[in-house]
Ligand binder design. Structure first.
Ligand code: 2NL
Length: 338
């Protein structure tokens, strides 16, 4: 039979066979029989030499076309045989309870800050803000730290330049507030502070502080003790006892440190208070006259108290958290407990 007739016959045979093939395995058999290395198509290609020279080119083209057509038809049949998407095994039940979305919440430090701001708000303090990146003037000079004071050490501060530093406390905000307004002043400042401390269970290079400042004629140490006592009883519990011990700060005179009766053992002595029954709270004092001079207040007319307290420490006492790093690792298993 002439090659052209063979081509036609093969084409018809293949068309019939591919249409009646019902499985992927049978389809593969078909492919091997037609397109395989010893397949029917190969047999036709092998007969090309018997075609007259002037018709050989055209015959080759026809064979190649047939080969492509067979390959395409195999692919098409294969996708038609592919298993259809199975309907869901479990039928849709619209009466089932929904999946409750995980609702976010405020970070425990943010919650602490909101509560602290609210407590001092009820005591008459308003909230002041200032920059985290401060001039050394506001962080040190205006706070009565002389040029050679140890608190300026580059190993205790993050300097940006000689005159710019990440604030090591929130006192600069109080200085800026006093520069802007005359007494009476009654503000707290809350925010991040930075010191290059080695990170451990109680230290971090970044922490939060609340500072308070009250300035007027006749503000006394008794006002200071009252404000701090009320604050700790509101935040830590109504039966908290407060005692004041002497300390030193360059910006206050006299200065002291608050001790609170231990929140955990109520003063009996435990691991948290190292058996003493007392835990450390705010540093405080009466504003040094030199600070008043720096902001243009008359130290003969005005007196004031100031204090500073770490917020992580407060929240740790309140919630029994024993490692400051938990606040910053942002492990959801920790965060969702608050
Ligand atoms: C602490 C406790 C303290 C102040 C901060 C202050 C602010 C002005 C004037 C005077 Cl504008 N004092 N703040 C006072 C005493 C203690 O912080 O442990 N600081 C290192």
């Amino acid at each position: 039979m002439a090659l052209v007739d063979e081509v036609e016959r093969l084409q018809d045979a293949f068309s019939a066979e591919v249409a009646s093939t019902e499985t992927a395995e049978a389809l593969e058999g078909l492919r091997v029989r037609y397109l395989g290395r010893q397949g029917l198509l190969r047999g036709l290609f092998d007969r090309l030499p018997e075609v007259p020279t002037e018709e050989r080119r055209e015959a080759g083209r026809v064979l190649n076309e047939l080969k492509s057509a067979i390959a395409a038809a195999l692919r098409e049949r294969a996708s038609a045989l592919a298993p259809a998407v199975q309907p869901a095994a479990v039928p849709l039940d619209l009466t089932r309870p929904g999946v409750r979305p995980r609702v976010g919440r405020l970070h425990p430090l943010t919650q602490a800050i909101d509560e602290i701001v609210a407590i001092f708000g009820r005591l008459g303090f308003s909230l002041a803000h200032g920059p985290d990146v401060e001039l050394t003037y506001y962080n040190f000079d205006a706070l009565n730290a002389p040029p050679d004071h140890i608190s300026r050490s580059p190993s205790d501060n993050f300097y940006i330049t000689d005159e710019v530093v990440l604030r090591s406390q929130t006192s600069p905000v109080q200085v800026r507030t006093m520069e802007q307004q005359q007494p009476p002043v009654q503000v707290i400042s809350v925010g991040r502070c930075y010191r290059p401390d080695t990170v451990d269970a109680t230290h971090c290079f970044m922490f939060h502080q609340v500072e308070g400042l009250m300035v007027d004629e006749d503000v006394t140490f008794a006002d200071l003790k009252g404000v701090l006592t009320l604050f700790y009883r509101e935040y830590l519990g109504p039966d908290i006892e407060v005692r004041l011990l002497p300390h030193f700060f360059p910006f206050t005179e006299p200065s002291g440190e608050v001790h609170m009766s231990c929140v955990f053992c109520r003063g009996a002595g435990c691991k948290v208070c190292k058996g003493t029954g007392w835990v450390e709270g705010a540093g405080f004092g009466m504003v040094d006259p030199n600070v008043f001079e720096a902001v243009g207040y008359d130290p003969e007319r005005y007196t004031g108290f100031a204090f500073g307290q770490g917020i992580e420490r407060l929240a740790m006492l309140r919630h029994g958290i024993n490692d400051i790093r938990l606040f910053f690792e942002n492990d959801v298993r920790f965060l969702e407990q608050f």
